[in-house]
Design a protein around this ligand. Structure first.
Ligand code: FES
Ligand SMILES: [Fe+2]
Length: 369
């Protein structure tokens, strides 16, 4: 990544600096509704992010509901085979079309007053509207969002404004190819709630510096001395050799991808675990975990889940304490380790750039593409 960042700001907290001169992002950005709103509007909503396994929406009528920033979204497999992404907000008075994931729907019916839409988003019926003058039923359809399917995973963004999908993902395919992610099968999902800002959780993901102190079990599996970080414009990769004394994981390499703004791919031999970090408030986030296994590796799922749960508990505790520290009013940004925190620096500069652009009033449409 270059040291040049196009969005300049007079705010010293938003000025990007070289890695060997860098400090952490100001704690100001980890608190309060203003910056939560900026995160949602300028970072999360225009950012491509993993939403669900493609297998969850494999058949006509299958649908999945999620939130991207403030935007409720609905992914639905239509009768013609198309995968459609909609804003899950009725065109009448903003009711929800679907309240939870489901299978085999023939239509989408709003839970508020019962307007129905076809699976392609077209309004089909609107009860009690016969007296409404110039009511153009055929001209009413659900707003769409963009979707992409990648290696059996469905990605989406709530609105344009950031880089396109191919630009974000460029280079990951080649690195992930030996793992044949598309050949893995989704096994189970878990959701973790963490009493920390969503960025605190991402910060923590982006370095292995804490491994020896926070994760004694994982330190015995992943080689901390050989841990290294690679940077691309919109993602980073932490990688290290794996050698598991307990035999749960085959020898090989661990690849931890972070895809800006909130997706993680954790690849170990025979397994990928995906994470999406969702902002639930200035001091709360939720992390969606999906576990996929290669054929023949499903038998490790229970032990893998238990080990992952142990690591997640360790990360949750430290993130919650760090959030207290960030909120204390007594913390000033500390220097980053150039050898251990390049991933943190990289992503915090992407945030600084997004914040500078948002605070400068630049419109979403001319952000990056
Ligand atoms: S809000 Fe959907 S039918 Fe009224
Ligand atoms: Fe960790």
């Amino acid at each position: 990544m270059s040291d040049e960042f196009p969005a300049k700001s007079a705010d010293p907290r938003l000025q990007s600096v070289r890695l060997d001169e860098a400090s952490a992002l100001s704690p100001d950005f980890y608190a309060g509704d203003h910056w939560l709103g900026v995160d949602q509007a300028a970072v999360l909503e225009p950012g491509w992010q993993i939403l669900c396994p493609a297998s969850d929406v494999a058949q006509p009528g299958d649908h999945v509901v999620r939130d991207i920033g403030r935007v409720p979204v609905l992914i639905v497999h239509a009768a013609d085979g198309a995968l459609n992404g909609f804003v899950n907000v009725c065109r009448h008075r903003a009711g929800p079309l679907a309240l939870c994931d489901g299978k085999g729907a023939k239509r989408l019916r709003c839970a508020y007053h019962g307007w129905t839409y076809d699976l392609d988003g077209q309004l089909r019926t609107a009860p009690e509207m016969q007296d409404a003058q110039s009511f153009d039923r055929d001209g009413i359809a659900l707003a769409r969002i963009e979707l992409q399917t990648w290696n059996g995973m469905t990605f989406a963004r709530a609105r344009a404004g950031g880089p396109d999908f191919a630009t974000v993902m460029a280079g990951i395919d080649a690195l992930a190819a030996p793992y044949d992610l598309a050949g893995m099968h989704h096994h189970h999902r878990r959701i973790y709630k963490v009493a920390a800002n969503w960025k605190t959780y991402v910060d923590n993901f982006l370095e292995g510096y804490h491994l020896p102190f926070v994760h004694p079990g994982l330190s015995g599996v992943v080689s901390y001395p050989q841990y290294r970080t690679e940077l691309a414009p919109f993602w980073s990769l932490q990688r290290a050799p794996v050698s598991d004394p307990n035999g749960l994981y085959a020898d090989g390499e661990a690849l931890y991808f972070f895809i800006y703004p909130n997706t993680m791919l954790n690849i170990l031999p025979g397994r990928v675990q995906t994470n999406r970090v969702v902002a639930d408030g200035p001091s709360h986030c939720r992390v969606e975990f999906d576990f996929y296994y290669a054929p023949g590796f499903e038998s490790m799922a229970e032990a893998d889940d238990a080990f992952s749960d142990e690591i997640q508990g360790e990360d949750r505790l430290i993130c919650e304490r760090v959030q207290q520290g960030l909120n204390s009013g007594a913390y000033r940004p500390g220097r980053l380790s150039p050898s251990q925190e390049a991933g943190v620096w990289h992503w915090q500069n992407l945030l600084r750039e997004a914040y500078a652009r948002a605070e400068g009033g630049t419109t979403h449409g001319d952000a990056n593409n």
